[in-house]
Design a protein around this ligand. Structure first.
Ligand code: CMP
Length: 138
């Protein structure tokens, strides 16, 4: 059971003014914020973060979108964090996401889907370490 996951509030949700409401859902969902920052990914950095998707047809679009504006990156803690956070955010495609989930409420499309959530404990660690030094993770 993993205790930590990693999330980003993506440029669409930041531009649409949903960051506060999304953080409220996360906190009320029982997650502790371990580390949090607002930043702006360059195309190079976004490309590195999503390197696992390099061969996918949407990779270029994804990198362009993720570097199109500021984001909030955060490490979250809760018992069973990875799975519970994926339940809270809903399906990748907001059209398929359950009622009340963050993507159902705030996302616009499969590409511009408001938030990222790690898909495994191993990736949560890799992704958290991409943005935060060890000293920032307490
Ligand atoms: P995320 O969970 O951040 O990880 C991979 C991202 O790729 C995903 O969210 C979506 O934003 C994006 N993505 C997945 N499928 C598609 C698609 N068919 N078209 C565009 N973007 C996609």
């Amino acid at each position: 059971m993993s205790n930590r996951t990693f999330t980003m509030i993506k440029p669409d949700a930041m531009k649409n003014g949903h960051a506060g409401a999304i953080l409220d859902k996360i906190i009320k969902g029982g997650f502790r914020i371990v580390a949090l920052k607002q930043t702006h990914l360059s195309e190079v950095k976004a490309g590195q973060f999503y390197e696992v998707h390099k061969e996918r047809p949407f990779y270029g679009e994804l990198v362009e979108f993720m570097s199109s504006g500021v984001i909030i990156a955060a490490i979250l803690e809760k018992e069973n964090a990875v799975a519970d956070f994926r339940t809270l955010i809903g399906a990748t495609d907001p059209a398929k996401a359950d009622e009340g989930t963050i993507r159902k409420l705030f996302a616009t499309s499969v590409g511009e889907n408001a938030v990222h959530g790690s898909d495994s404990e191993e990736n949560a660690k890799i992704e958290g370490d991409f943005f935060f030094s060890g000293l920032e993770q307490f």
